[in-house]
Design a protein around this ligand. Structure first.
Ligand code: NAI
Ligand code: MG
Length: 481
């Protein structure tokens, strides 16, 4: 078994106290690798290195086009190593190989998209009349601290790192303890592509240690967090003590709304994929199905047939459904299904671990449909983060809108209908950061601004909007004769 070092100031290094932690393969519960466990002292070194790189000629002083070229090289290097990265992601996280392959391509796209933007971060001139020249400049915000989760490590890693580097920032990236491997590869690749030491530091470690040390570090200028609401609150409070702005992406309870006039042959796979992709461990998972009563039976029948046909297995065998990330997360999901049943939901598919003995050591859970869910049930309100779909019926558009918005969260919504008027009415009434019509997600959505209303968070990632996160505006006002 290999031991993976931290990446600080361009060097692979052991933790300051030589500590390591084991990363498990969730398909077998066997260790996959030992990884250096960053301490507060390591995080401090990483932040100092990022600061020095920010002020250096090689990075801070480099022309934007040169930064862009480095990012294009990273995109190409990710593509050159795509299969190796996908297999590693699949082993580390458990996701089906084809989903890991797609994630790797999306990661490459982030670097490509923001590479092209690096030399197009422009300011404005503001007319003040004769004798004045007023202009704005978008300067890099500085050292960006990024704390990412285990569900899409290479994708979420790239979605924060690429715009930050394009804007001229430097980064300290803290991967999740459950799946840190591909974030380390990203750090390695950046160095190999000529990104100067200290521009991208990668410090895997435990949340309450490395994560807390990074969030509260007085040397950071910005923080990007993706994870649970609970930890998001801690991180935002720590950053507040240093007046550090935060982008928060905290998941959701996103609805797919299916009208009876929808093409059910399109909606059924769309709804199934939205919840079963990555075993439901997706911030934007479509975990609530709101279906018009007249279409309920036909749609649920189609969904049940799909779940029955899903092949469950280790990610690298490229099944339809891989394992859950950890025993703890598996037990959380089991607990929710029990709660749902006791609240009166009907388990119409799945509901437990698969019976196949060959899967016995891994953290597997069947694709599960909970029908007759009412909006006050915990399974309708709380993020389960597993392959569990909560199904609720509605009778008209007003009820659909009310149910969709009856959530503490507001990340994404899907609307399935052939009626453009219904689609547009809901697109305007639903309180989520993204609304999809007759589709759900858009191949990773690299180009589309993404972020939450309500407790799903604030700030926007992806798309050109995310460059605003990593820049700050300076206004220069010149009076001349
Ligand atoms: P988490 O919020 O604990 O972990 C996310 C990241 O925060 C990890 O890198 C972790 O090391 C770090 N972290 C943990 N405690 C920290 C602290 N005190 N200070 C700074 N950083 C800290 O998420 P966890 O425990 O893995 O999953 C729990 C639930 O969170 C899931 O069931 C799911 O509902 C939600 N979640 C949402 C995600 C999303 O994509 N929005 C991703 C992961 C989890
Ligand atoms: Mg946690």
């Amino acid at each position: 078994m290999t031991t993976e070092g931290l990446i600080i100031d361009g060097q692979r290094t052991a933790a300051s106290d030589s500590g390591t932690f084991d990363v498990l393969d969730p398909s077998t519960a066997e260790p996959l690798a030992a990884v250096a466990k960053a301490t507060g002292a390591d995080v401090d070194r990483a932040v100092q290195s990022a600061r020095a790189a920010l002020d250096s000629k090689a990075w801070g002083g480099a022309p934007p086009a040169e930064r862009g070229r480095m990012l294009f090289r990273i995109a190409q290097a990710i593509r050159d190593r795509a299969e190796e990265l996908a297999v590693l992601e699949s082993r580390d996280n458990g996701k089906p190989l084809r989903q890991a392959r797609a994630d790797v391509q999306v990661a490459a796209r982030y670097f490509e998209f923001f590479a092209g933007a690096a030399d197009k971060i422009m300011g404005r001139t503001i007319p003040l009349g004769p004798g004045f020249l007023d202009y704005t400049v978008r300067e890099p915000i500085g050292v960006s601290a990024q704390i990412i989760p285990w569900n899409y490590p290479i994708q979420i890693g790239a979605r924060g790192v690429a715009p930050a580097l394009a804007a001229g920032c430097t980064v300290v990236l803290k991967p999740a303890e459950d799946a840190p491997m591909t974030a380390l590869r990203l750090g390695e690749i950046a160095l190999a592509c000529g990104v100067p030491p200290g521009v991208l530091n990668v410090v895997p470690g435990l949340g309450p240690e490395a994560g807390a040390a990074l969030a509260s570090h007085p040397g950071i200028n910005q923080l990007t967090f993706t994870g649970s609401v609970e930890v998001g609150i801690l991180v935002a409070k720590a950053a507040a003590d240093n007046i550090v702005p935060v982008v928060m992406e905290l998941g959701g309870k996103s609805p797919n709304i299916v009208f009876a006039d929808a093409d059910l042959d399109l909606a059924a796979p769309g709804v199934a994929n939205a919840i079963f992709q990555n075993a439901g461990q997706t911030c934007s998972a479509g975990s609530r199905l709101l279906v018009e009563r007249k279409a309920h039976d036909a749609l649920v029948e189609r969904l049940a047939a799909r779940t029955a046909a899903m092949r469950i297995g280790p990610g690298v065998s490229d099944p339809d459904l891989g394992p859950i990330i950890s025993r703890r997360q598996l037990e959380t999901i089991e607990g929710y299904v029990r709660v749902g049943a006791s609240e009166g939901a009907a388990v119409v598919a799945g509901g437990g671990r698969p019976s196949d003995a060959a899967l016995g050591k891994g953290f597997f859970f069947q694709p599960t449909l909970l029908d007759r869910v009412t909006p006050d049930m915990r399974v309708a309100k709380e993020e389960i983060f597993g392959p569990v779909l909560a199904i609720t019926t509605f009778d008209d558009l007003d009820e659909a809108a009310a149910l969709a918005n009856r959530s503490d969260y507001g990340l994404v919504a899907g609307v399935w209908t052939r009626d453009i008027n219904k689609a547009m009415a809901l697109a305007s009434r639903i309180k989520t950061g993204q609304v999809y019509v007759n589709t759900y997600g858009a191949g990773g959505g690299v180009e589309l601004p993404f972020g939450g209303y309500k407790k799903s968070g604030y700030g926007r990632e992806k798309g050109l909007e995310s460059l605003l996160t990593y820049t700050q505006v300076k206004n220069v006002c010149v009076k001349y004769a």
